[in-house]
Design a protein around this ligand. Sequence first.
Ligand code: AGP
Length: 612
Amino acid sequence: MCGIIGYIGNKSINSILIVGLIRLEYRGYDSAGIAVIDQGDLEIRKEKGKIKNLEDLLKNSPVEGNIGIGHTRWATHGEPTKLNAHPHIDCFQKIAVCHNGIIENHINLKNELIQKGHLFRSETDTEVIPHLIEEELLKDPNQTIKDVIPGLIQKIEGKYAIVILSEQEPDKIYFIKNGSPLLYARNNEEGYLTSDIVAVIPQAKEYYAFRDYEWGWITQYELHLFNKDAQKIIPEIKEIKIDPIHLEKGNYEHYMLKEIYEQPDIFRKILNNRLGEKGKIKLNEMKLPNTILGRISRILITSAGTSWHAGIVGKLYLEHFARIVTEVDLSSEFRYRNPIAEGDTLVIAISQSGETADTLAGVLEAKTRFCKVLSFVNRLESTIARESDSYIDLMAGPEIGVASTKAYTSELIHLLFFSLYLSGIKWITNKEDREVLFSEIRKLPTMMEAILEKSKQIQEIAKIFKKTKDFIFLGRYFNHPTALEGALKLKEIAYVHASGYAGGEFKHGPIALIDENIPTICIAPKSSVYDKMLSNIQEVKARKGKIIAIITEGDKNISQIADYFIEIPEVSEYLSPILSIIPLQLFAYYSALERNCEPDKPRNLAKSVTVE
Ligand code: AGP
């Protein structure tokens, strides 16, 4: 899950590469480096740790130039050290390579190269690439890198996005794409290569997302593109439509807090875009015709992490409103269980980034079984969006914080809209029914704002529990996934052990964990399972466990027995997971601050898991 950037233009390379790497830092941040052609020489600068360390190095040891590549790393092979940082070079420091992905057969390749006398400096898989290029060029000095790339593609196995800079070819940056994201971007006098378009806006105005096995090179004004058989391709260049405002933190200390607070306005935009007149649901970008959707008899959802939690809520929506049998799989498991999927099975892939390798693998697997694939993505230029038969745009705007927040609630509301859309096609709900639901759905943004006004109270609770080492989260039915998601948020940004359970499972083992040192966070809004959640709370109290409860405003029962409670507005049960997660997002955020953790770039994590 690394971040790659390449630039050719008239500007000074340092600021372009560093700014681009900062924008890509969410993809990995254990080391960073750049390679630049500086007055004809290939110069390398790299440092361990965050990009700030590289910036400091460049202040003391500057480079100049107008062409260069950069990389921010999430370590797969080799510890996060300066030596293992990219770019990696050949024996003569004439070729520099940055890579995102894994070269599966790097050990054999490395051994072969060592036997031929190549000197390796790092423990990475990536380092075989510059040496393979060097080895091929040595065979015939009249060759250039373009002559050796087709053979390189045949040799290396795995997933990769590679950019290559050569001292011998100072006006080009070569690239190869297979399995990991890589895009070309440009304006009328600069060329870019990037893992994510957010790294090059607002400068770049147009882009092209490379397909697998595409390779070539960019110059300042041109893109030269080829397929695996070295046939020239004319790319379909598209306009970039991302508003740069999403990329700034504004008055917020962290992207995560900004993205939590953005949810009401994002919902206003979504509702305005999706809710039509007379109960009509507008999913205009969704290209699957009603003739196909009407015949769907089974749905398989595949997703990971937070998106998997959304998938569990999606199953409840699809079965409740559209009456379609729905299964939910972790992407990393889906691809191994040989799922039963026929032509009338719809596979839904949920992915904020649209680049999660396990989820992409599920999409490709589903296509081999001739299933239709519909993806719910937040990045329309992503690989999953491109590989799916159709997609639904989450419309959450770029989500920079590693911990997913606004994308999660956007996934929930879009899974609800798709379920209601199907219920209309199948004549299960009519326009009047949907209009009644819409009237409550339209209140969600105001309800979200009411919850956000409680942030100080939530921050106080996080402060009280800043030393606690373990948390239990309990929820049932629509809020079982909320318990899982609340626990994940706390784990991933505050590094606290937290487990989410279905309330009904509590007595089947987890209750043994309860004592006065382990607080239980119970998601217990007014619902069909309220009494059962009340029982869970009483079971915890009977064992001296502390209770933090998410309850409906005005609840007089649980507010009397919980040690702490956060109220959310009264809402229909099926909408409660969209609201009940917000206090838990804030709880995780403030817990991270109380524990001196960095919410936007938590240790060991990356925003997009593009390796399996
Ligand atoms: C969520 O907070 C995590 N960062 C992670 O679990 C994430 O949801 C998961 O990696 C899936 O990402 P995706 O939605 O981009 O596919």
